[in-house]
Write a protein that binds this ligand. Structure first.
Ligand code: IMP
Ligand code: MG
Length: 180
């Protein structure tokens, strides 16, 4: 797996420091709230696991899986729910946790969809943000790192379902994207 990596963009230590910072901000903001953390499958799972271990207010976890029609490295904007939340979010303070925001279309759709279900509040937390690629206007409340327009893998993020288990955020060698 290491042979496929061109370089490490964000190290384990940088990620863990940032996760603690974000968790501290979230813990402060969600005292006395009804926090439910909604992880967007599958990319957000690794980040979400580390994040919640560092949040020290009561919370519940739920998951949603969405798919966008289109090719592997770009979103078409048409989003479909593959797996819905298990529980109602009526009256809850929802924090959506994502691995990365690129065009923003996935989160825009998701936020609009959850908004119709009577949540008290909806906020967004993402580990990575590619702001230059934005097509939909989404407000990011908690952000880990801004990155350039470059395809990354690891720490939950995949290329064709691989590399999610890398502990850091990496850029693959160009032949990995073309040759398979
Ligand atoms: P958006 O709708 O364009 O914001 O797409 C966001 C989704 O695209 C993320 O949840 C990822 O699944 C995927 N994605 C976007 N950029 C990357 C990347 O650099 N690496 C891996 N997945 C990515
Ligand atoms: Mg994703």
């Amino acid at each position: 797996m290491r042979d496929s990596i061109e370089r490490v963009l964000i190290t384990k230590e940088q990620i863990q420091d940032k996760v603690k910072e974000l968790a501290a901000d979230i813990s402060k903001d969600y005292r006395e709230k009804n926090l439910v953390i909604v992880g967007v499958l599958k990319g957000a799972v690794v980040f979400m696991g580390d994040l919640v271990k560092n949040i020290d207010v009561p919370l519940m976890l739920d998951f949603i899986a969405v798919s966008s029609y289109g090719n592997t490295t770009e979103t078409s904007g048409v989003v479909r729910i593959l797996k819905d939340l298990d529980n109602s979010i009526e009256g809850m303070d929802v924090l959506i946790v994502e691995d990365i925001i690129d065009s923003g279309l996935t989160l825009y759709y998701l936020q609009e969809n959850l908004r119709t279900r009577g949540a008290s509040s909806i906020r967004i937390c993402t580990l990575l943000d590619k702001p230059y690629r934005r097509k939909a206007n989404v407000k990011v409340d908690y952000k880990g790192f801004e990155i350039e327009d470059e395809f990354v893998v690891g720490y939950g993020l995949d290329f064709a379902e691989r590399f999610r288990n890398l502990p850091e955020i990496c850029v693959l060698k160009p032949e990995e994207y073309n040759g398979r």
